[in-house]
Design a protein around this ligand. Structure first.
Ligand code: NAI
Length: 396
């Protein structure tokens, strides 16, 4: 089939395998040239390792100095007569191939990470490939739904403000347009469901499962990703349903830290900067902030994407010295450069000037769109997108 970008609002409905391979190769090249991860973990479990921060952490730990073996869990779609398959599917395929070429173990487990069945499969894989133990567990799920194990009904997250409605702007990648949206406040039920899907409960279930199966190695750490952002993003993020779930995740990190203390290990919520990923472009009213931030940080020369954030996290914060670098709430802050007052001053100024007719000139919309296309294997100059792709070779 010929695979072209199909964008539905802010969701990509197609993905190009060769472009996904290119995106991974570019990230590998970056980490090989960056500051090395010294004293890194050797056996890593990544829950949500097929795209965004999870994939970047997998690439950084395998190719960026630590030479880690990895098991990754993700929920991705294979190509079929109905469609091209998801980017994460091809990312898994090519990551595995490239890691094998480097002599590393790379296991992909495709299925619902919330389920007991997948947790059991992972324990088995740890037994088979990691001699029974892991040194680091990265929790990097971004999901809209989670099945309630007791009833089978779905909890559905709702990205909404709490208390009052908000009006903000979203950039529609399909039509390259600035679109004003008003979001009503979440109901209590919606806020609770978002906490169930994106809060810390499942992270804790994973760690409990690994403790019960004796799969935690001495010194094992676990991290999960969070976002805080500047004040202008608080109504939709920190003070909204997602923020409430993230606060729950932060609290879970303290509970898990106590449990892992028995193994001389630690648990940290890791606060990242705003990045373009499949999950983040979906957050209403956040994209104007992202293009203003990208513009400012690129001009300053300190812009980072997922891969730069993850390489810096492991090389300088988590495994960078005697002590893990945390703030007074025990959070690892990868948003330090984003939230620098000098950066935020410029972003605020830019945002105050930006509107539906000038956002492409003032903000880095071109960079935002390019990254989004790249995430799905599109927008690479060296790939001829009018060539036929034989997707059968990806289906075993
Ligand atoms: P992403 O959408 O790129 O990746 C999500 C991963 O979760 C994929 O590997 C996907 O296959 C997997 N997944 C989703 N549902 C699953 C399920 N039921 N079972 C198994 N795997 C499943 O998302 P991104 O942006 O990398 O997000 C990861 C985490 O980082 C999230 O918790 C997010 O809130 C957080 N974060 C993201 C930031 C951003 O700007 N993108 C900033 C700070 C934190």
């Amino acid at each position: 089939m010929i695979i072209e970008p199909i964008i539905d609002g802010v969701i990509a409905r197609s993905a190009h395998p060769l472009g996904c391979k290119q995106a991974i190769t570019n990230q590998i090249e970056y980490v090989k040239s960056a500051s090395k991860i010294e004293h890194g973990p050797k056996r890593v479990l990544i829950i949500g390792g097929s795209s965004g921060l999870g994939l970047a952490s997998r690439i950084a730990l395998t190719f960026g100095g630590a030479k880690a073996d990895t098991i990754s869990v993700s929920f991705e779609k294979a190509p079929s007569s109905k469609g091209s398959g998801s980017a994460g599917f091809y990312n898994n395929f090519y990551f595995e191939k490239l890691a094998h070429q480097e002599g590393r173990v790379a296991i992909n487990i495709n299925g619902d990470a919330f389920s007991k069945q997948i947790k059991d499969e992972v324990v088995e894989a740890i037994e088979t490939y990691f001699e029974g133990e892991v040194d680091l567990v990265i929790y990097s799920l971004a999901s809209g739904i989670r099945p309630n194990p007791e009833t089978g009904e779905l909890w559905r997250s709702a990205i909404k403000p709490i208390g009052d409605s908000i009006t903000g702007n979203t950039l529609l990648l399909e039509s390259d347009q600035w679109h004003q949206t008003t979001l009503p406040p979440a109901t209590d039920e919606e806020a609770q469901a978002t906490l169930k899907v994106m809060g810390g409960e499942d992270w804790e279930e994973w760690i409990d499962t690994l403790i019960n199966s004796e799969s935690i190695a001495q010194g094992c750490n676990t991290i999960a990703f969070s976002y805080i952002g500047p004040e202008c993003t608080h109504p939709i993020y920190l003070d909204g349903t997602l923020g409430r779930a993230k606060i729950d995740l932060h609290q879970t990190s303290h509970a898990l830290n106590l449990k892992l203390a028995n193994y001389d290990g630690n648990a940290y919520a890791t606060v990242c900067k705003a990045l373009v990923t499949k999950a983040s472009v979906f957050i209403p009213a956040l994209s104007p902030y992202i293009i203003a931030l990208y513009k400012v940080m690129k001009e300053q020369g300190n812009h980072e994407g997922c891969i730069e954030q993850m390489q810096r996290l492991f090389s300088s914060k988590l495994y960078g010295g005697e002590k893990v670098s945390v703030d007074c709430e025990r959070l690892i802050r990868m948003d330090d450069w984003e939230l620098a007052p000098s950066t935020q001053e410029k972003v605020t100024h830019l945002l105050s000037q930006m509107n539906e007719s000038n956002f492409k000139q003032l903000g880095d919309y071109a960079g935002f769109k390019q990254e989004f296309l790249n995430l799905n294997g599109f927008g690479f100059q060296n790939i001829n997108y009018s060539d036929e792709v034989n997707t059968d070779i990806y289906v075993i």
